[in-house]
Design a protein around this ligand. Structure first.
Ligand SMILES: Cc1ncc(COP(=O)(O)O)c(C=O)c1O
Length: 394
């Protein structure tokens, strides 16, 4: 019997996994150019250049950079008119920023359960949550896997609602050939440190609607109009401008974007094929309408009955000891966080989100940038634990 690493045995893997973020001389050169231009703020042309490249890559008519993915969500909600007294439909299995953005506008998040095999909002449960106050639906393409935009857009049209896509994880993901962030009225992305495209912090907004693009520009720029004078302010706004430094980094990051997207998908498909064969670890459903999946996270669902009753936490500890960094993700659905308890939110029954918090295992996106042959280390670690299951300390 092989000794498990958690009991002092030799780990399957000791070699480090790819670091994140990744950079080279291209970032260095671009940042130096911004430094020497003396124009460090949001009006440096590199910011427009980045907007153009990201917007074109995502087939969007308009692309506007912003300070981060929380404020960009809030801006999107504000420009479609969401505010005090309104309700916005959100999933409960996501990062808190999704629902915080709703609250920051003065509106109330309404939590609707997720699908068991995608962890995205369950469109079949949205209708029962609508009220006369509902103004918008905010699906999250969780982990980069697109939510069912066919069903969500149909519902929104039927009930005259706005759709703001929280695409914070979904850079490059597509649904029926269309990039996420362009199917709803506005799409919002995060460029924060862990994200698949990053400048440490940052956000970005996509829209195909001219009027919304103009409102977003104005909101990002203190309520100015593009033609107006500097101290002329037509509407309420803020300062959400991305800096030249960030755009410089992002332009260099974009040069690796497609190669990294392809690599993550190749490795994820390999891992999914392995999981299909393993009792007790279920892959997520990769809908046939999804051609590209960014895999901000690689997720799998753990069922202790396939591992002789071993608790997920012990399995994860054993896997980590074998050299496979992974985690159990969110401990609870968002509505259990104090700022999102009732009456700050309205909560529909969410048994699937509750279960997701108990069953999932997350692996971060940067591990999927390893050489495809290295995915076998993950496979070997799972197999080793399975073969020595009685020896895992409980
Ligand atoms: C789903 C989701 N939405 C929104 C955000 C907010 O983005 P940021 O951290 O850039 O404010 C994040 C991440 O951090 C996120 O994971």
């Amino acid at each position: 019997m092989t000794k498990l690493a958690i009991s002092g045995g030799v780990p399957v893997r000791t070699k480090p996994w790819p670091r994140w973020p990744q950079w080279d001389g291209r970032e260095r050169q671009r940042v130096l150019e911004v430094l020497e231009s003396g124009e460090w703020g949001g009006f440096n042309p590199v910011v427009r250049e980045f907007e153009q490249i990201f917007g074109k890559r995502h087939q969007a008519k308009h692309c506007l950079a912003a300070t981060n993915g929380t404020l960009s969500l809030e801006a999107a909600l504000r420009v479609v008119g969401v505010g005090h007294g309104d309700e916005v439909i959100v999933p409960p299995y996501t990062f808190i920023a999704t629902a915080n953005a709703v609250r920051l506008t003065g509106a109330t998040p309404v939590f609707v359960d997720i699908e068991p095999d995608t962890y995205n909002i369950d469109a079949t449960k949205i209708e029962a949550a609508l009220s006369p106050k509902t103004k918008a639906i905010m699906p999250v393409h969780f982990a980069g896997l697109p939510a069912d935009m066919d069903a969500i857009m149909a519902l929104a049209q039927q009930h005259n609602l706005f759709v703001i896509e929280d695409a914070a994880h979904a850079h490059g993901s597509t649904w029926r050939g269309r990039p996420m962030g362009t199917l709803g009225h506005i799409g919002s992305f995060s460029l924060q440190a862990s994200k698949n495209l990053t400048a440490g912090e940052g956000g970005i907004l996509l829209t195909n609607h001219d009027d919304l693009a103009q409102k977003l520009w104005s909101y990002i720029n203190q309520g100015r109009s593009p033609e107006g004078a500097w101290y002329e302010h037509e509407s309420l706004g803020s300062n959400l401008r991305l800096t030249g430094w960030q755009a410089a980094i992002l332009l260099a990051q974009m040069e690796r974007f497609d190669e990294q997207l392809a690599r993550r998908q190749q490795n994820a498909r390999h891992l999914n094929a392995f999981l299909e064969e393993i009792d007790g670890l279920e892959p997520m459903r990769w809908d046939t309408r999804v051609e590209n999946h960014s895999h901000h996270l690689f997720m799998m669902r753990y069922d202790a009955t396939g591992f002789q009753g071993l608790a997920r936490e012990q399995f994860v500890a054993a896997l980590r000891a074998e050299g496979v960094p992974c985690s159990t993700g969110y401990a609870q659905p968002l509505y259990k966080q104090p700022p999102l308890n009732e009456p700050y939110s309205r909560i529909m029954p969410c048994p699937v989100a509750e279960k997701a918090c108990q069953e999932v295992i997350w692996i971060g996106q940067s591990m999927l940038l390893a050489d495809p042959s290295e995915m076998d280390d993950i496979v070997q670690a799972v197999v080793k634990i399975r073969e020595n299951i009685q020896a895992v300390p409980v």
